[in-house]
Design a protein around this ligand. Structure first.
Ligand code: CA
Length: 244
């Protein structure tokens, strides 16, 4: 996507320079920084506006997880492609928990990185244009239990309260909504939402669900919409029957 502004956070100078060279050749405008503090300063300082970000996990000082967490907490929703160490699926899950939108294990092929970045830009554009697809769940507004998810604006609205969603939170919600009423396993979520096919620890999903419950439940400690199905996974119930 020509003209897109990408922030590369990578402390290995050779890799950062290589990424800059290749991304610029693809028409990106590139900014590189070597540590997390500098990245946060740029992102939260208000002066720079990025379309997408490449964030290495292993950084001096604040690591990539911390950077992702802090930027999300500060309301910065630039899509994040996280670079993880090979063979560490737990990094992937921690990355998603921290607010990353996609990941790529190191070492990576440049073509794959470009494809992932384009994918993130497309998803972002798709969300922000609120383009409609064929089925009901793909329309941009979805209401349940007095709340509305706006997949276009990446927002969840409930009684005047507006919660910003990360792309990944929105995708997980979209998946649960699309399978409303049916129990979905953690494995399905890993494969269908996060494209993880490895034999990974699924606990990060539980943490993710805890976070979503804070958004969608009136009382997150006794959920009525995002139910745990013991031994299986989760089930989304749009309009739960009144409890007595
Ligand atoms: Ca590094």
């Amino acid at each position: 996507m020509n003209g897109a502004r990408v922030l590369v956070v990578e402390d290995e100078e050779h890799l950062a320079a290589g990424l800059r060279f290749n991304l610029e050749a693809e028409g990106y405008t590139v900014e590189t920084v070597g540590d997390g503090e500098a990245a946060l300063e740029l992102l939260l300082g208000g002066g720079a506006d990025f379309d997408v970000m490449v964030l290495d996990v292993m950084l001096p000082g604040k690591d990539g997880f911390e950077v992702a967490k802090e930027m999300r907490a500060a309301g910065c929703y630039v899509p994040v492609l996280m670079l993880t160490a090979r063979g560490r699926p737990e990094d992937v899950l921690r990355g998603f928990e921290a607010g990353a939108d996609d990941y790529l294990p190191k070492p990576f092929e440049l073509a794959i990185l470009l494809a992932r970045l384009n994918g993130l830009l497309r998803r972002r554009e798709w969300h922000s244009r609120g383009q409609r697809r064929q089925t009901n769940v793909e329309t941009e507004l979805y209401s349940f239990g007095g709340k509305t998810i706006d997949f276009g604006a990446l927002e969840l609205r409930a009684r005047g309260r507006v919660v910003r969603l990360t792309l990944m939170e929105a995708e997980l919600l979209r998946y649960l909504v699309g399978n409303a009423g049916r129990p979905v396993s953690r494995r399905e979520i890993l494969e269908d939402v996060w494209n993880l096919r490895e034999d990974t620890d699924t606990r990060a999903i539980d943490n993710f669900i805890v976070r979503l419950r804070r958004h969608v439940e009136d009382d997150p400690s006794s959920p009525r919409h995002l139910l745990t199905v013991r031994g299986v996974g989760y089930r989304f119930v749009p309009e739960p029957a009144e409890q007595t």
